[in-house]
Design a protein around this ligand. Structure first.
Ligand SMILES: [Fe+2]
Ligand SMILES: [Fe+2]
Length: 282
């Protein structure tokens, strides 16, 4: 009887435990450089994503917290804690990165006011719409993260060990918590038309803003990125690579619109293991 009780307690404990671990990154912002990848276009692209992270990821956390008290499943509650911890660290690390790379001739901060305005507008929406926006954006971050881990030679070529601690670390954790916002949304709202609508709106906003900011950073850095024939050649190849990435990711992107979609349908455990090995080689 006692043995059974302790077995049940252990099973319950396992049920409560989240698979999401919160790590502290070893990324150090003081060793940040403007160009940290093989082709400068990829640096500008990643930096454009980084601009959105501090405010964006804090918003994700808020939208999940808004409805957290309605979640009864202890496992999902534990995952929410993991999700909040991971995103809080990401926002902080990217804020440090953005400040370190910022200069009068490479201005990232001029986007902050526009983002603040957009976040303010999003916060006026219903909790369902706010969370649906998070779910859609989390799908995008998981898509990007999966691609980074699957094709590290494209996205991470030339990355220093320090910069790996930022980008690889973030990519791994995005995949680890990719199901959390989605499951919270399904548990509380389970509203398919809203999920699809938000994804359509977010797609337009995400692609246009990322393209615009990447092009702007590229232009600000034109002396290194466009006027150097060697870099120009690498960047043309990288542009083709980004196009190929969109093409390769399209089946995973469109899967989101399916009624029976769940982020865990795409098993990325092997990819995660490879990523962890790359981050902390034993
Ligand atoms: Fe994140
Ligand atoms: Fe995330």
């Amino acid at each position: 009887m006692l043995k059974n009780l302790s077995k049940n307690a252990k099973q319950y404990q396992r049920h409560l435990q989240s698979t999401i671990s919160i790590r502290k990154t070893r990324f150090d912002a003081q060793y940040t450089e403007r160009h940290y990848t093989h082709a400068t276009l990829i640096s500008h692209f990643l930096t454009a994503l980084s601009i959105t992270f501090p405010q964006g990821e804090r918003f994700f956390v808020e939208t999940v917290r808004n409805v957290r008290d309605q979640i009864e499943n202890p496992r999902l509650q534990a995952d929410i804690s993991g999700f909040i911890g991971q995103e809080a660290h990401h926002a902080q690390a990217h804020e440090q990165f953005n400040q370190a790379v910022q200069s009068p001739h490479y201005n990232l901060m001029h986007y902050n006011a526009a983002f603040e305005k957009e976040m303010k507008r999003l916060r006026t929406l219903t909790q369902r719409r706010q969370l649906a926006a998070t779910v859609a954006l989390e799908h995008f971050t998981a898509l990007m993260a999966g691609y980074m881990l699957k094709y590290p030679e494209f996205m991470f070529k030339g990355l220093s060990p320090n910069m790996k601690q930022l980008w690889l670390w973030h990519a791994i954790e995005e995949i680890e918590h990719k199901h959390v916002a989605f499951e919270v949304y399904q548990t509380i709202f389970n509203h398919l038309p809203q999920r699809r609508r938000s994804m359509r709106t977010i797609t337009i906003g995400f692609i246009s803003s990322t393209t615009f900011m990447t092009a702007d950073l590229l232009w600000q850095d034109r002396k290194n990125s466009l006027y150097s024939p060697q870099q120009l050649f690498k960047n043309i190849k990288a542009l083709y690579g980004l196009g190929l990435m969109m093409l390769r990711l399209s089946p995973e992107y469109f899967a989101f619109y399916r009624a029976d979609f769940h982020p865990e349908q795409l098993d990325q455990q092997e990819l995660l293991e490879q990523g962890r090995q790359l981050l902390n080689p034993s």
